[in-house]
Design a protein around this ligand. Structure first.
Ligand code: SF4
Ligand code: SF4
Ligand code: FES
Length: 286
């Protein structure tokens, strides 16, 4: 069971969102207001457990009186502001962002990317095959994670989750500059020679599947990964006294992945190696 801690009530402020007055608590972002109003603003680098990075700009909206478009995921709502989420300018900007990303990165496992590309009329192919950034094979150097940097949009979420925002292991960083910038562990070497503690918290926040669980990677490769057929059961980890909530993803009567609810006040979606990967004994039935 997920519990929600009590907090003092926050003052409400009012502003105009797509010609409709809306009220949100102080400290809410424009994206929070959009989601509360049922508006579908695309996001990629935004993470509900991380500080906004403003890296992808696919969420931009128009704020009346502002010279530039504003990222909805980080811009706080202010009283009296007038915001438009679906104008020619926002649609054009999102289209170009999607074209630049999809021309250089493999977005095939990014949830909803194909739908957005179609919906915004993006044409990634117009930049030609030379726009591809890396063109390298997935890195499979351990039994738990796969790193497929051809799918990386350089959103920095894994860097923040591995660093001071959650895990404090600092195994992941950005190496190179400009077009050569890429995510890497120390000396761009194997994960097994890095400071990685195999918590899997980077995979949890990765929006594109560039970082994935080995089991999921293998099942996708052999065509057996089927999210529609999976059930989710949330329980409590029994390995230590912290008592993290675990969500077991089960397909064909086998645990295929373990996550934790992002709104859980203990884990905020994070786990350690035991809770994340210590489930094999449950299904060794021989
Ligand atoms: S590996 Fe994933 S989380 Fe990390 S920067 Fe790339 S896309 Fe973002
Ligand atoms: S996931 Fe790790 S920290 Fe959390 S209860 Fe299990 S063993 Fe303890
Ligand atoms: S989702 Fe807002 S800048 Fe990336």
């Amino acid at each position: 069971m997920t519990t929600v801690p009590l907090a003092p009530p926050r003052r409400l402020l009012e502003f105009t969102l797509d010609d409709t007055p809306v009220r949100v608590p102080e400290g809410a972002t424009i994206l929070d207001a959009c989601r509360a109003a049922g508006k579908d603003v695309p996001t990629l680098c935004h993470g509900d457990t991380l500080t906004p990075k403003n890296a992808c700009r696919v969420c931009v909206v128009e704020v009346e009186g502002a010279r530039t478009l504003a990222p909805a995921c980080s811009r706080l709502a202010e009283p009296g502001m007038v915001v438009r989420t679906d104008t020619e300018r926002t649609r054009h900007s999102r289209k170009v962002v999607l074209e630049l990303l999809a021309s250089s990165v493999d977005l095939s496992t990014t949830p909803r990317a194909a739908e957005w590309i179609k919906g915004y009329g993006a044409e990634p192919d117009r930049f030609g095959p030379e726009a591809r950034r890396l063109g390298e094979e997935p890195r499979v150097d351990n039994d738990l994670y796969v790193r497929d940097y051809d799918k990386c949009i350089l959103c920095y979420k894994c860097v923040d989750a591995c660093g001071d925002q959650w895990q404090n292991s600092f195994a992941i960083s950005v190496t190179g500059r400009g077009f050569d910038a890429r995510i890497a562990v120390e000396h761009d070497g194997p994960l097994t020679e890095s400071a990685c503690v195999y918590c899997g918290n980077c995979i949890e926040v990765c929006p594109t599947g560039a970082l994935s669980f080995k089991r999921e990677f293998d099942m996708r490769a052999d065509g057996s990964w089927d999210e529609e057929a999976q059930t989710e059961t949330t329980t409590v980890c029994a390995y230590c006294g912290v008592g993290c909530n675990l969500t077991l993803h089960v397909q064909d009567n086998e645990i295929v992945k373990v996550t934790s609810p992002h709104d859980n006040p203990v884990t905020h979606g994070n786990l350690c190696i035991k809770g994340r990967f210590g489930f094999q004994h449950v299904q060794n039935r021989v």
